[in-house]
Design a protein. Structure first.
Length: 469
């Protein structure tokens, strides 16, 4: 192999390249004339290595996380990698099933900064050492030409949107979704400010807000819910659009709070359904002319944001259903176990509750009648408890209230309120009360409450008993 000729072929053409992608393509094309290797040039774009040019028909990785694979290792360290056997290298990314060897060298700019990699993979025996020197010389020439052309290609708006879409899908809360969507809108639209409004609530303010955003938030807060609703209604009635703050043309009345804040360019996009959604407001204090593509990208972003919100709400409903009794809506054994695990000795009281004569109701009137009794009793007991007290259904007709008290007598009084509430709907209950002792397990405390409950049953039911301290 005449490696000097390989270098000469690339060197002749590189100066004629008029763009970074063209320089990468010419490098790969020239190299491919001299070797059957799969060749690719990957350049750093934002937080990933993007494949700008490649040969091969099996598979090409369009983007690779900056520290993934042999290419990521070379990019991170700036040191070339010569891998005679890819099967023993833990970082190898499988491109073709028959690849045996890989050579990867960094692409450096004239300042010595790594801006990407040149990667070659072979499926036949190859003398890698001369190729290492050749590939590095070509990579250095490519790096110099890329620098002269302005550096690696900028991240396109579509790529930015795709990156933010991934962040939206992973957002753990609605607030985080709104924050990610606003950041994406600013970056993709190139306008200075974006606020997502859903359900009458403004998204979280960024850690560093510009002056325009601060003024917009102040004006929207002062304007109140009615003004916010008018903006949402307008977006859903007329669809996405943009408004220019042109001299001599007064703004639409619905957007007065924004123009008072200094907005001269506005893109307003409806988010979600009319009855539950909101609006994405993307603004700037410069008089600009957003193109239709910008509005289309904002519409796509709004749809992705709403999908993420719906996902979170669905998960919340499923979690609630998983932790709630389907008949009464009360929380059941799983949440109850977690709650009593945090009980404070001497302050957290457990009230074990059993419905008197419930078996007779089921046997005489049927299970549907029994279910109605349980639902009615659950509502009555909830109403009799204080704010912050918790009621759980842990069995067929067995309930437990978990309450915080300052002394045992307070727990007894609340238990007596529960028995009175049951009597008002024509039922009676027996209640056993216990407070955790120092060092006592939650299960043991609950057992003492049950023992007090059964003592009430033996004494004639419809009463309350405090377990001995």
């Amino acid at each position: 192999m005449d490696h000097q000729r390989v270098i000469r072929d690339v060197t002749v053409r590189l100066p004629m390249a008029s763009s970074t992608p063209e320089a990468c393509r010419w490098t790969v094309t020239a190299l491919s004339r001299h070797t059957p290797a799969t060749i690719s040039v990957l350049l750093a774009v934002h937080d990933r290595l993007r494949c700008v040019a490649a040969t091969g028909a099996w598979q090409v990785f369009a983007t690779v996380p900056a520290r993934t694979g042999i290419v990521g290792r070379v990019y991170a360290t700036g040191a070339p990698a010569v891998v005679p056997d890819v099967t023993v290298d833990p970082d190898y990314l499988p491109v073709r099933p028959d690849v045996t060897t890989e050579l990867c060298v960094p692409v450096l700019d004239p300042a010595g900064t790594t801006i990407g990699v040149l990667d070659l993979q072979w499926s036949e025996p190859t003398d890698l050492e001369p190729w290492r020197e050749t590939a590095q010389r070509l990579a250095d020439q490519l790096g110099s030409r890329i620098a002269a052309l302005g550096g690696p290609p900028a991240e396109s708006r579509s790529e930015k949107l795709l990156r933010h879409a991934a962040a939206l899908s992973c957002a753990p809360s609605e607030g985080e979704v709104m924050g990610v969507a606003a950041r994406a809108a600013r970056e993709v639209s190139t306008l200075s400010t974006a606020i997502l409004l859903i359900g009458g609530q403004l998204g979280p303010s960024p850690s560093v807000a510009n002056d325009l955003e601060t003024r917009i938030r102040a004006e929207l807060t002062t304007a109140g819910p009615a003004a916010l609703n008018r903006m949402v209604d307008r977006a859903h009635r007329y669809g996405a659009g943009y408004t220019l703050g042109e001299s001599g043309h007064p703004p639409t009345e619905d957007y007065r709070p924004l123009t008072r804040a200094g907005v001269r360019t506005l893109v307003a996009v409806p988010v979600g359904p009319t009855d539950a959604g909101g609006v994405l407001l993307v603004a700037d204090e410069r008089a600009l002319r957003p193109d239709p593509t910008t509005v289309s990208l904002m519409e796509l972003l709004a749809g992705q944001a709403w999908t993420s919100v719906e996902r979170l709400r669905t998960l919340a409903r499923l979690r609630e259903q998983a932790s709630s009794d389907p008949l009464t809506g009360l929380r059941h054994t799983g949440p109850f176990g977690r709650r009593i695990a945090t009980a404070t000795p001497g302050r957290t009281a457990l009230l074990a509750i059993d419905v008197d004569g419930f078996k007779t109701v089921n046997d005489t009137y049927g299970h549907q009648a029994g279910d109605r009794v349980l639902v009615g009793l659950a509502r009555a007991l909830e109403a009799a408890l204080r704010h912050g007290d918790e009621l759980y259904r842990i069995g067929g007709d067995e309930f437990v209230a978990v309450i915080e008290v300052s002394r045992p007598e307070e727990a007894v009084r609340i238990a007596e309120r529960l028995t009175e509430a049951a009597r008002r709907i024509g039922r009676t209950i027996s209640v056993g009360v216990a407070l955790p002792r120092p060092g006592e397990t939650p299960d043991r405390t609950l057992k003492r409450a049950d023992q007090a409950l059964y003592a009430v049953k033996r004494q004639g039911r419809d009463g309350v008993l405090l377990s001995a301290a």
